[in-house]
Design a protein. Sequence first.
Length: 168
Amino acid sequence: MKYKLFTKKHVESQEVQLQPGNFIVTSSNSLFDKITHIVTLSRWNHAGLVTDSNGTIIELETHGIQKSNISEYSKKDYYVVDVDMSKEDRKQTVSYAEYMLKEHSEYGFLTILSIMFKILTHSRLVIKLDGTLICSEFVAKALAEGGVIWDKDTSLITPADLYKKFVK
């Protein structure tokens, strides 16, 4: 799959035009983000989906799904990934994100704990509550709506997985 990668510097200097369907990987400071950082051994513990050229992001935080702006990450490192998609695929990706925003999905605390258990024990058991998502699962599901194919269930995708697939 083709994609382009941009750093915070590219975005802030306006060398790149953000597009709907881009996504961001970054680091956040919530308790679950810190735990994710420790368990996945990756500095990247948060992800969000860009929904327009103004940098609007839909993301899942521990208090639920919300809209924000990429400018809120100006004091943190991040990468923006521009996956090669058609306009229609971008529209489908963003439509999924906006639908989920209206549905008020809750943060998947149990999913995080289950993924951590799976990573630490190499178990095949994953427990998830219906109607809950984690940030990277949300981004992975949105990208899947735009045609991105994943090698594992999107509920198991971590921010580190997004980083490894597209950045590293």
